[in-house]
Design a protein around this ligand. Structure first.
Ligand code: VGL
Ligand code: ZN
Length: 240
Protein backbone atom coordinates (compact mmCIF):
# COMPACT_ATOMS: atom_id res chain seq x y z
CA UNK A 1 0.00 0.00 0.00
CA UNK A 2 1.23 3.52 -0.79
CA UNK A 3 0.88 5.95 2.07
CA UNK A 4 -0.24 9.52 1.51
CA UNK A 5 3.31 10.86 1.31
CA UNK A 6 4.37 8.33 -1.32
CA UNK A 7 1.32 9.13 -3.41
CA UNK A 8 2.11 12.85 -3.30
CA UNK A 9 5.72 12.18 -4.31
CA UNK A 10 4.57 9.96 -7.16
CA UNK A 11 2.08 12.56 -8.36
CA UNK A 12 4.67 15.30 -8.10
CA UNK A 13 7.15 13.34 -10.18
CA UNK A 14 4.58 12.62 -12.86
CA UNK A 15 3.52 16.24 -13.01
CA UNK A 16 7.13 17.43 -13.27
CA UNK A 17 8.03 14.85 -15.87
CA UNK A 18 5.15 15.87 -18.08
CA UNK A 19 5.87 19.57 -17.70
CA UNK A 20 9.62 19.66 -17.85
CA UNK A 21 10.43 19.06 -21.52
CA UNK A 22 7.99 21.59 -22.89
CA UNK A 23 7.54 24.36 -20.40
CA UNK A 24 10.11 24.47 -17.62
CA UNK A 25 13.25 24.33 -19.74
CA UNK A 26 14.05 25.51 -23.24
CA UNK A 27 14.76 21.96 -24.32
CA UNK A 28 16.89 21.55 -27.42
CA UNK A 29 14.57 19.14 -29.15
CA UNK A 30 15.49 19.50 -32.81
CA UNK A 31 18.39 17.38 -33.98
CA UNK A 32 19.52 18.17 -37.55
CA UNK A 33 20.32 15.02 -39.52
CA UNK A 34 22.09 14.34 -42.81
CA UNK A 35 18.91 15.35 -44.66
CA UNK A 36 19.04 18.82 -43.02
CA UNK A 37 20.87 21.88 -44.27
CA UNK A 38 21.55 25.23 -42.65
CA UNK A 39 21.19 28.16 -45.08
CA UNK A 40 23.19 31.17 -43.90
CA UNK A 41 21.77 34.14 -45.74
CA UNK A 42 23.79 37.23 -46.70
CA UNK A 43 25.97 37.70 -43.60
CA UNK A 44 27.99 40.26 -45.55
CA UNK A 45 29.77 43.44 -44.55
CA UNK A 46 27.23 45.73 -46.28
CA UNK A 47 24.50 44.43 -43.94
CA UNK A 48 26.63 44.74 -40.79
CA UNK A 49 27.43 47.87 -38.73
CA UNK A 50 29.28 50.39 -40.89
CA UNK A 51 27.90 48.80 -44.07
CA UNK A 52 25.91 50.69 -46.69
CA UNK A 53 22.68 48.80 -45.87
CA UNK A 54 23.41 47.98 -42.24
CA UNK A 55 20.72 45.92 -40.53
CA UNK A 56 20.13 46.93 -36.91
CA UNK A 57 21.93 44.49 -34.57
CA UNK A 58 23.02 42.52 -37.62
CA UNK A 59 26.35 41.59 -36.01
CA UNK A 60 24.48 39.78 -33.23
CA UNK A 61 23.54 36.93 -35.54
CA UNK A 62 27.15 35.90 -36.13
CA UNK A 63 27.95 34.13 -32.82
CA UNK A 64 24.48 32.54 -32.80
CA UNK A 65 24.99 31.18 -36.32
CA UNK A 66 28.54 29.98 -35.59
CA UNK A 67 27.32 28.00 -32.59
CA UNK A 68 24.27 26.57 -34.31
CA UNK A 69 26.28 25.58 -37.39
CA UNK A 70 28.12 22.99 -35.31
CA UNK A 71 24.92 20.91 -35.35
CA UNK A 72 24.86 20.74 -39.17
CA UNK A 73 26.81 18.52 -41.53
CA UNK A 74 25.37 20.54 -44.46
CA UNK A 75 25.75 24.30 -44.58
CA UNK A 76 25.13 26.55 -47.58
CA UNK A 77 25.83 30.27 -47.48
CA UNK A 78 24.51 32.97 -49.77
CA UNK A 79 26.01 36.21 -50.98
CA UNK A 80 24.04 39.12 -52.40
CA UNK A 81 26.19 39.87 -55.47
CA UNK A 82 25.04 42.85 -57.52
CA UNK A 83 26.48 44.44 -60.62
CA UNK A 84 27.50 48.09 -60.37
CA UNK A 85 24.42 50.15 -61.27
CA UNK A 86 22.06 47.31 -60.33
CA UNK A 87 18.35 47.93 -60.93
CA UNK A 88 17.65 47.65 -57.17
CA UNK A 89 19.85 50.66 -56.38
CA UNK A 90 18.01 53.96 -55.82
CA UNK A 91 21.06 55.73 -57.28
CA UNK A 92 20.20 54.56 -60.82
CA UNK A 93 16.60 55.88 -60.76
CA UNK A 94 16.49 59.66 -61.03
CA UNK A 95 14.48 61.37 -58.31
CA UNK A 96 14.23 58.18 -56.23
CA UNK A 97 15.51 57.68 -52.73
CA UNK A 98 16.45 54.48 -50.86
CA UNK A 99 13.46 52.61 -49.34
CA UNK A 100 11.03 54.03 -51.91
CA UNK A 101 9.51 51.60 -54.41
CA UNK A 102 9.20 51.52 -58.19
CA UNK A 103 7.35 49.29 -60.63
CA UNK A 104 9.57 47.06 -62.71
CA UNK A 105 8.47 44.57 -65.40
CA UNK A 106 8.45 41.78 -62.78
CA UNK A 107 6.59 43.76 -60.11
CA UNK A 108 7.21 46.17 -57.23
CA UNK A 109 10.82 46.74 -56.30
CA UNK A 110 12.06 48.40 -53.11
CA UNK A 111 15.03 50.64 -53.88
CA UNK A 112 18.16 50.33 -51.77
CA UNK A 113 21.38 52.18 -51.17
CA UNK A 114 24.14 50.72 -53.38
CA UNK A 115 25.22 47.51 -51.65
CA UNK A 116 27.00 44.19 -52.18
CA UNK A 117 28.65 45.15 -55.44
CA UNK A 118 30.55 42.20 -56.90
CA UNK A 119 34.14 41.97 -55.72
CA UNK A 120 33.93 44.80 -53.17
CA UNK A 121 34.74 44.52 -49.48
CA UNK A 122 31.11 45.26 -48.68
CA UNK A 123 30.08 42.13 -50.56
CA UNK A 124 32.47 39.89 -48.61
CA UNK A 125 31.09 37.48 -46.05
CA UNK A 126 31.73 38.56 -42.47
CA UNK A 127 35.23 37.59 -41.39
CA UNK A 128 33.73 36.57 -38.04
CA UNK A 129 31.74 33.71 -39.53
CA UNK A 130 33.37 30.46 -38.53
CA UNK A 131 31.78 27.60 -40.46
CA UNK A 132 34.61 25.64 -42.06
CA UNK A 133 32.33 22.82 -43.23
CA UNK A 134 30.18 25.14 -45.38
CA UNK A 135 29.98 23.32 -48.70
CA UNK A 136 28.51 25.83 -51.13
CA UNK A 137 28.20 29.58 -51.56
CA UNK A 138 25.31 30.68 -53.76
CA UNK A 139 25.61 34.15 -55.25
CA UNK A 140 22.43 35.91 -56.27
CA UNK A 141 21.24 39.22 -57.66
CA UNK A 142 23.97 39.23 -60.31
CA UNK A 143 21.64 39.96 -63.24
CA UNK A 144 21.69 43.73 -63.61
CA UNK A 145 17.95 44.10 -64.35
CA UNK A 146 16.55 41.60 -61.83
CA UNK A 147 16.85 41.52 -58.04
CA UNK A 148 17.01 38.28 -56.06
CA UNK A 149 16.17 38.31 -52.37
CA UNK A 150 15.51 34.59 -52.48
CA UNK A 151 18.34 32.08 -52.60
CA UNK A 152 16.14 29.91 -54.84
CA UNK A 153 14.42 32.14 -57.38
CA UNK A 154 15.12 35.60 -58.77
CA UNK A 155 12.52 38.35 -58.38
CA UNK A 156 11.14 37.67 -61.88
CA UNK A 157 9.65 34.58 -60.25
CA UNK A 158 11.11 32.21 -62.83
CA UNK A 159 14.90 32.31 -63.02
CA UNK A 160 16.35 29.62 -60.76
CA UNK A 161 19.61 30.01 -58.87
CA UNK A 162 20.06 26.23 -58.97
CA UNK A 163 19.85 25.86 -55.19
CA UNK A 164 16.73 23.64 -55.14
CA UNK A 165 18.38 21.28 -57.62
CA UNK A 166 21.56 21.18 -55.55
CA UNK A 167 19.74 20.45 -52.30
CA UNK A 168 17.54 17.79 -53.90
CA UNK A 169 20.59 16.24 -55.53
CA UNK A 170 22.12 15.99 -52.05
CA UNK A 171 18.88 14.45 -50.72
CA UNK A 172 18.18 17.35 -48.36
CA UNK A 173 14.61 17.39 -47.02
CA UNK A 174 14.75 20.10 -44.33
CA UNK A 175 16.28 23.57 -44.39
CA UNK A 176 17.00 25.87 -41.47
CA UNK A 177 17.30 29.53 -42.47
CA UNK A 178 19.32 32.16 -40.61
CA UNK A 179 20.97 35.48 -41.42
CA UNK A 180 20.02 38.86 -42.88
CA UNK A 181 17.58 40.29 -43.36
CA UNK A 182 14.60 38.49 -41.79
CA UNK A 183 11.99 40.37 -43.81
CA UNK A 184 13.71 40.24 -47.20
CA UNK A 185 16.29 37.63 -48.13
CA UNK A 186 15.54 35.27 -45.21
CA UNK A 187 11.75 35.38 -45.69
CA UNK A 188 11.83 35.10 -49.48
CA UNK A 189 14.25 32.19 -49.20
CA UNK A 190 12.05 30.44 -46.63
CA UNK A 191 8.89 30.95 -48.74
CA UNK A 192 10.56 29.63 -51.90
CA UNK A 193 11.97 26.68 -49.96
CA UNK A 194 8.40 25.76 -48.98
CA UNK A 195 7.29 26.10 -52.61
CA UNK A 196 10.14 23.79 -53.61
CA UNK A 197 8.81 21.19 -51.15
CA UNK A 198 11.25 21.46 -48.25
CA UNK A 199 10.36 21.40 -44.57
CA UNK A 200 11.43 24.89 -43.44
CA UNK A 201 12.54 26.35 -40.12
CA UNK A 202 13.50 29.99 -39.61
CA UNK A 203 15.70 30.51 -36.57
CA UNK A 204 14.44 33.81 -35.20
CA UNK A 205 17.32 34.81 -32.92
CA UNK A 206 19.79 33.99 -35.71
CA UNK A 207 18.17 36.65 -37.94
CA UNK A 208 17.62 40.40 -37.85
CA UNK A 209 15.24 42.46 -39.97
CA UNK A 210 15.24 45.77 -41.83
CA UNK A 211 11.55 46.49 -41.07
CA UNK A 212 10.70 48.97 -43.83
CA UNK A 213 7.01 50.02 -43.53
CA UNK A 214 5.77 46.97 -41.66
CA UNK A 215 7.77 44.49 -43.71
CA UNK A 216 8.91 42.45 -40.69
CA UNK A 217 5.42 41.64 -39.36
CA UNK A 218 4.19 40.92 -42.88
CA UNK A 219 7.11 38.56 -43.50
CA UNK A 220 6.38 36.54 -40.34
CA UNK A 221 2.68 36.39 -41.25
CA UNK A 222 3.45 35.23 -44.80
CA UNK A 223 5.87 32.62 -43.49
CA UNK A 224 3.40 31.29 -40.90
CA UNK A 225 0.73 30.98 -43.59
CA UNK A 226 3.13 29.04 -45.81
CA UNK A 227 3.92 26.55 -43.04
CA UNK A 228 7.37 27.85 -42.16
CA UNK A 229 8.26 26.89 -38.59
CA UNK A 230 9.54 29.73 -36.40
CA UNK A 231 12.09 28.46 -33.88
CA UNK A 232 14.90 29.73 -31.64
CA UNK A 233 18.52 28.61 -31.78
CA UNK A 234 18.10 27.04 -28.31
CA UNK A 235 15.62 24.59 -29.85
CA UNK A 236 18.45 23.01 -31.83
CA UNK A 237 20.57 20.39 -30.12
CA UNK A 238 24.28 21.16 -30.48
CA UNK A 239 26.51 18.51 -28.92
CA UNK A 240 29.48 20.03 -27.12
C1 VGL B 1 18.72 42.17 -48.84
C2 VGL B 1 17.77 44.16 -49.41
C3 VGL B 1 18.50 44.20 -50.57
C4 VGL B 1 18.81 41.06 -47.84
C5 VGL B 1 19.44 42.17 -50.00
O1 VGL B 1 19.86 40.37 -47.79
O2 VGL B 1 17.84 40.87 -47.08
N1 VGL B 1 17.87 43.15 -48.56
N2 VGL B 1 19.32 43.19 -50.86
ZN1 ZN C 1 20.55 43.29 -52.59
Amino acid sequence: MLDRRQILVALGTTALASLAPTTLFAAATIKPDDASALLVIDVQNCFLPGGSLAVKEGEQVVPVINKMAKAFSNVVMTQDWHTPGHVSFASVHSGKKPFETIDLPYGKQVLWPDHCVQGTDGASLSKDLSIPQAELIIRKGFHKDVDSYSAFLEADGKTSTGLAGYLKGRKIKRVFVAGLATDFCVAWTALDARKAGFEVYVVEDACRGIDNQGSLAKAWADMAKAGVKRIQSADIAVSA
